[in-house]
Design a protein around this ligand. Structure first.
Ligand code: SAM
Length: 253
């Protein structure tokens, strides 16, 4: 799969793409990431890519023409590539988007700067617009990196063990269960006995219950959409009862 990133600051992406899992995936040819300087498609004496907003106001706006030329050139290279706009106004990016986008042949990320993009970029050049959260960053490079990282984890061979994706938070709509490693006791907190039992049926049952409990406590909104079995629902019912009981007990004390 090829990721094209169009940016005014290509060097911002260098180090994260050289290190660790992504670095290895690039070296092994499992993914290709090409950064492209938007200025290469600018015209005029100053190769300017931005201009003042019509109607006045602070900040400069990215001009549509260099972006249009960039998209056209990269589509000639990777005709099936989808064009993704990085924007705080976009759809909130999540794990399901990461999984879906990992099946594409190529992706073109358009990274904004300053006051953002001329609206006609959004209207005429882009397939999807993504936000990585309800906050505003100085540019789209970090969002593009965040998305590339999450998408690449789904590609065959990128992670050492395929299991890491299947048990991750959000993959099955729930948060992951708590993880422990050595030592068996740390800061007076012991690893739950069940994890030392070697009984994988019990371990799996404990992990599922912990996933449900964690999600109930931290992200109950996820439970509405999660794909839950009849067993999960029964466990959840019990956990809800237990949580309510503890809450009433605390309020009475
Ligand atoms: C300072 S922001 C522009 C924000 C724009 N004026 C607005 O209010 O929607 C500059 C660029 O950073 C990127 N960016 C900032 N925050 C982002 C977020 N939460 N998710 C994705 N991209 C973001 C976008 O590419 C954006 O065009």
């Amino acid at each position: 799969m090829i990721f094209h990133v169009v940016t005014l600051f290509p060097e911002m992406l260098d180090s994260p793409l050289r290190e660790s899992i992504l670095g290895r995936a690039v070296k092994q040819g499992l993914i290709a990431v090409e950064t492209h300087n938007l200025r290469d498609w600018a015209e005029g004496k100053h190769l300017s890519c931005d201009d003042a907003p019509y109607g006045g106001g602070d900040g400069m706006v990215l001009k549509p023409e260099p972006l249009a030329r960039a998209v056209a050139a990269l589509k000639r290279r990777t005709p099936a590539a989808r064009v993704l706009l990085m924007s705080p106004q976009g759809v909130p990016f999540d794990q399901q988007h990461a999984r879906r986008l990992s099946t594409e042949e190529g992706l073109i990320f358009l990274c904004g700067r300053y006051a953002g993009f001329d609206e006609r970029v959004r209207a005429t050049l882009v397939d999807e617009e993504f936000s990585i959260g309800d906050f505003v960053l100085t540019g789209g490079e970090l969002p593009a990196l965040v998305m590339i990282d999450a998408i690449a984890r789904y590609l065959p061979g990128v992670l050492g063990s395929a299991d890491s994706v299947t048990s991750d938070s959000f993959t099955d709509g729930l948060l992951e269960y708590p993880q422990y490693t050595r030592p068996p006791v740390f800061n007076d907190v012991a690893v739950p006995d069940v994890l030392l039992s070697g009984d994988h049926r019990r371990i799996n049952a404990w992990r599922r219950e912990q996933q449900l409990l964690r999600t109930l406590q931290r992200r109950p909104d996820l439970l509405e959409k999660a794909d839950l079995s009849a067993d999960d629902r029964r466990i959840l019912e019990g956990l809800r009862g237990e949580t309510d009981r503890l809450f009433t007990q605390r309020s009475n004390n």
